[in-house]
Write a protein that binds this ligand. Structure first.
Ligand code: 6PG
Length: 242
């Protein structure tokens, strides 16, 4: 079965609910830290993909408090980026540098000097291609419209970002709908699925409602997080707290 033909949540997806956001952040950090330690033991290198947005801050704080990891051997990058300067308040790179990066972690951002993400795509692709893959852990968020990474509903470049003709395309430029600020660069679906694990971190009653809708039948284009929920390649844990 092709990924895009599935209509239900795959058996690879598990929903985990936590007492509150802080408890979730601590469990998630412990879980990710364990996975990274295992990777370091087995391969002497580890890679982590994180997301921007408002949800991950407590997770970042909890993760960097794990000081018993050889962080200098861990490569960290982003699932997606807003095409703004890296010192802009809306930059995911800024968020990650200020809230996560510590203890010598190697951070690779998606933004470069190109004026448009379309023009910077090849350069970002080369930078991502140089990272250790499969990624050990990919931590995604989910928007209230059912987007994840920068797979926005009905974005003109959505098909290319989800199912690129060039299987080696690791990133894609995205024009989001008017309600979402800034042009974006996103890792493609095949790049995100090239991971040992995916975790979707979401909090609040609204996100639970959105998740329930996404888990039901309906078009991937309408709620692109479904592309992650319906695939059968990579295990997915949903971490949710009210
Ligand atoms: C971004 C993201 C995006 C995010 C969701 C959830 O740059 O906006 O990486 O995919 O994870 O929009 O955002 P919140 O955590 O703010 O709800």
């Amino acid at each position: 079965m092709k990924i895009s033909e599935a209509t239900t949540v795959s058996d690879m997806v598990h929903f985990r609910s936590f007492a509150d956001k802080q408890t979730l952040a601590e469990y998630l950090a412990r879980d990710v830290a364990e996975q990274l330690k295992r990777a370091l033991e087995e391969r002497n290198a580890a890679s982590l993909v994180v997301s921007g947005g408002s949800t991950p801050k407590p997770f970042f704080a909890a993760l960097r408090s794990h000081t018993d990891i050889a962080w200098e051997k861990v490569s960290v990058t982003l699932a997606d980026e807003r095409w703004v300067d890296t010192d802009d308040e809306d930059s995911n790179e800024k968020l990650v540098r200020e809230n996560l990066i510590a203890h010598g972690m190697r951070f690779t951002g998606l933004k470069n000097a190109a004026f448009l993400p379309q023009e910077g795509r090849m350069e970002t692709n080369a930078v991502i291609a140089a990272l250790p893959r499969p990624f050990d852990v990919v931590v995604l968020g989910m928007g209230d419209d059912g987007h994840t990474a920068s797979f926005f509903p009905y974005a003109p470049e959505l098909q290319t970002a989800l199912y690129p003709e060039d299987k080696k395309a690791l990133c894609a430029a995205i024009t989001p709908p008017d309600y979402a600020p800034h042009l974006r660069m996103t890792l493609t679906l095949p790049a995100l699925l090239d991971a040992r694990r995916i975790i979707i971190h979401m909090t609040g009653a609204k996100k639970q409602e959105v998740y329930a809708k996404a888990a039901a039948d309906g078009a991937i284009e309408a709620m692109p997080v479904r592309a992650i929920l319906r695939q059968e390649q990579t295990p997915v844990d949903i971490y949710w707290a009210a």
